[in-house]
Design a protein around this ligand. Sequence first.
Ligand SMILES: NC(=O)c1ccc[n+]([C@@H]2O[C@H](COP(=O)([O-])OP(=O)(O)OC[C@H]3O[C@@H](n4cnc5c(N)ncnc54)[C@H](O)[C@@H]3O)[C@@H](O)[C@H]2O)c1
Ligand SMILES: O=C(O)[C@H](O)COP(=O)(O)O
Length: 416
Amino acid sequence: MAKTSLDKSKIKILLLEGVHQSAVDNFLNAGYTNIEHLTTSLDEASLVDKIRDVHFLGIRSRTQLNERVFAAAEKLNAVGCFCIGTNQVDLNAALSRGIPVFNAPYSNTRSVAELVLAEAIMLLRGIPEKNARAHQGGWLKSAKASHEARGKTLGIVGYGNIGAQLSVLAESLGFNVIFYDVVTKLGMGNANQVASLEELLARADVVSLHVPELPSTKWMIAKDQLALMKPSGILINASRGSVVVIEDLAEALAAGRLYGAAIDVFPVEPKGNDEEFVSPLRGLPNVILTPHIGGSTLEAQENIGIEVSEKMVTYSDNGTTVTAVNFPEVALPAHPDKHRVLHIHDNVPGVLSEINRVLSESGINISGQYLQTNEKVGYVVIDVDKAYGEQALEALRKVEHTLRVRVLYSETNFEG
Ligand SMILES: NC(=O)c1ccc[n+]([C@@H]2O[C@H](COP(=O)([O-])OP(=O)(O)OC[C@H]3O[C@@H](n4cnc5c(N)ncnc54)[C@H](O)[C@@H]3O)[C@@H](O)[C@H]2O)c1
Ligand SMILES: O=C(O)[C@H](O)COP(=O)(O)O
């Protein structure tokens, strides 16, 4: 039996925001039993307090991981975002401490695309207002301003995983699809890329936003952009709340310069289901407001739980960082009968040669070595004979520019 300093039951996993039970089951099946599973997010102060003894943290889009939180996270080995977006995480703060961040780039794309399509159809028919009137005992039977989806133009802004998925579904319903993206892409089916956002806004009957939160997408749709849209146009935003100036949208809708909107994400969102939702869009007729549930289907959440927990378990068990969003990606083979040392360091000249010098001077034989770097961090993984695992750990801790060192045993692992 290998000697261990911290077995899996001592590796603390904290899961926030109601991450699906599939993640918990996956961790348990992999032997990780020390799991705290909360349904809510935590504010900064509570998180700073709680994160001190956490080795693996799982969040969704609401939990903000900033410099202060990472500074308190002395034992944190990895973060799993159980969602697509990673804008809630200061990725550089994580990277500079040698902490990889994983996400689920595909598992909820279908859920978002289906919701957007359903909303497009509802809005083209003016359903929100007709539905509201019927609930109040009214009867708004009319074909006025009510349209089929067939033959209408859907303009997709951001043709990534969600945009492309939406494109395929929309075409099958008879939409003509155009898209705008900063990267030149081949459209799915008959979809065509347009040269500018302005062209897309002017041509589309329905505009749907699917860009990530970036400095370049912040307030991308404001008064001037809305003015380019057709008065019969519809705007759908299930990307991030920072992409649309919500006051400008409310004004355009109230003034009848835009026919309808479906908004799932907001510049300020309630912190929990108990907090009031405040928005200038409340009460406007042809507007669908949803509480950031684009990816909230049971199917998506179960798949996300499995996908992200698998990445975290694989990193914990064997050091593989493939698909990490901020970290050098290394795909590693199994390491039976060897001790695997993970060394994360500032990417400055001379660290690798220093590592090899230290190991060689300690008489440690290297049976496998894998290296990957990005502009800030170097990640070297070294397999050594079992007898040398702890000796290698001690030697490598002393190397200048070291951010983090861990040793993985074949059956158990511990933090260095
Ligand atoms: N509402 C929800 O519940 C929900 C669910 C999932 C994802 N999202 C959001 O949707 C976003 C998109 O998801 P995805 O999986 O399609 O991402 P993705 O990374 O696959 O695609 C994003 C696309 O946007 C493009 N892009 C970037 N900057 C642009 C710009 N300035 N102008 C035009 N195009 C630009 C990129 O080139 C890329 O093709 C996520 O980042 C997330 O914030 C929301
Ligand atoms: O980035 C995402 O995947 C979406 O915004 C969904 O986030 P959620 O898991 O917090 O619903």
